[in-house]
Design a protein around this ligand. Structure first.
Ligand SMILES: *[C@@H]1O[C@H](CO)[C@@H](O)[C@H](O)[C@H]1NC(C)=O
Length: 351
């Protein structure tokens, strides 16, 4: 190594002397090579360490609950995100597990909602408007832009939205596990049902939240309850397949150790989230929403779910969103036709 460097400099010097400017600085082309070699080395290091990190921290990748994005949002003050008809509350789903929940009432009631207490909000659940329990994806909090955006769309349509912060996420206490998240979702459902009278209650799951929503819907069936309706947005068939088809896994998928580093840790941590198994047992009307340009969950998975659900007892509809809109995994809430699609689904619940 040292010898090569020596050669290096002597070459430099001879060139430098020729040009009449003696110098020990590497000339730009060799400096470029130096960086290039370091760059390659860095890429190799990253390439080798990613599987190790995945194996060690799989839980933190599936539940990115420590990443509290957006930053600097006071979850106690939804009004700061211009949700001025939303109340923040905490529910205890299990001993020692406190869950943050935003309850947004239909937008038509925004004036009336000013300064109202929890009791007013709870009573409003019984006035007949559709109630949507929203289960978000794997990272950040209920304050994320796409989640607030969807809440605005649904509230504008005259619906209630209850956005749940799972255990371990945001301002909720505890540590996330698949069973734990399902328990939290079921708790919220029963809490709402105890207050909702004859209002319909549906689940809306996005991304990882689709797994929570279908897990909970199946658990309800075991309790003898058929949920009024279920909407899944950006859904994967099961977590194993979701990880395999994830764009970051692409570089490793075909290597022999993929199973050991990427898939076994899922099984060890009991992370299954199998929408496909759940949908086989579903009995509620189902709406599948997916963007053709979804970069995290390929639309082929949603198509597969659609076919599975067609063989179940549930009525199923699928809406595909054209890739030209650029909605990808999180942007469906921006679609101008979304309210019509959801309204039609709501009306189909009466059949
Ligand atoms: C409250 O929210 C509603 C619905 O988003 C909006 O129309 C209204 O202008 C807001 N009012 C205030 C005072 O911010």
């Amino acid at each position: 190594m040292r010898k090569r460097t020596g050669n290096h400099y002597s070459k430099e010097n001879s060139i430098g002397v020729k040009a009449g400017v003696p110098s020990v600085q590497p000339k730009p082309s060799t400096r470029w090579l130096w960086w290039f070699k370091r760059g390659i080395l860095a890429v190799c290091l990253i390439y080798v360490s990613v599987p190790l990190m995945v194996r060690l921290f799989i839980k933190h990748l599936v539940f990115s609950h420590r990443v509290r994005v957006p930053f600097f949002v006071d979850l106690n003050q939804p009004v700061e995100l211009s949700l001025n008809h939303t109340v923040n509350m905490y529910l205890q789903s299990e001993h020692g597990i406190s869950l943050g929940v935003w309850h947004t009432v239909p937008e038509s009631q925004w004036k009336e909602a000013q300064g109202k207490d929890l009791e007013w909000y709870q009573k409003s659940l019984g006035y007949g408007n559709l109630i949507v329990l929203y289960f978000h994806g794997n990272g950040g909090t209920r304050a994320a832009t796409n989640r607030v955006g969807l809440t605005n769309v649904l509230s504008n349509m005259g619906y209630h939205v209850l956005a749940l912060e799972y255990r371990g996420f945001g301002d909720s206490s505890g540590e996330p596990t698949e069973d734990g998240l399902t328990t939290d979702a079921l708790y919220l459902y029963h809490w709402v049902k105890a207050r909702s009278g004859n209002s319909r209650v549906i689940f809306w799951g996005h991304s990882l939240g689709t797994g929570v929503a279908t897990n909970a819907a199946v658990k309800l069936i075991e309790q003898g309850i058929v949920l009024d309706g279920l909407i899944i947005e950006g859904a994967f068939t099961n977590l194993r397949q979701g990880v395999t088809d994830h764009p970051y896994a692409w570089y490793y998928r075909n290597l022999p150790f993929f199973e050991f580093f990427f898939l076994e840790p899922l099984a060890e941590k009991k992370l299954i989230f199998s929408n496909e198994e759940n949908l086989k047992r579903l009995r509620s009307p189902l709406m599948i929403l997916h963007s053709e340009d979804d970069h995290l969950v390929p639309i082929a998975m949603a198509q597969q779910l659609y076919e599975i659900a067609q063989n179940s007892e549930s009525r199923v509809k699928m809406s595909r969103f054209d890739g030209s809109h650029g909605y990808r995994h999180n942007g469906l809430y921006k679609d101008h036709h979304l309210p019509d699609i959801i309204r039609e689904f709501e009306q189909s619940l009466n059949l």
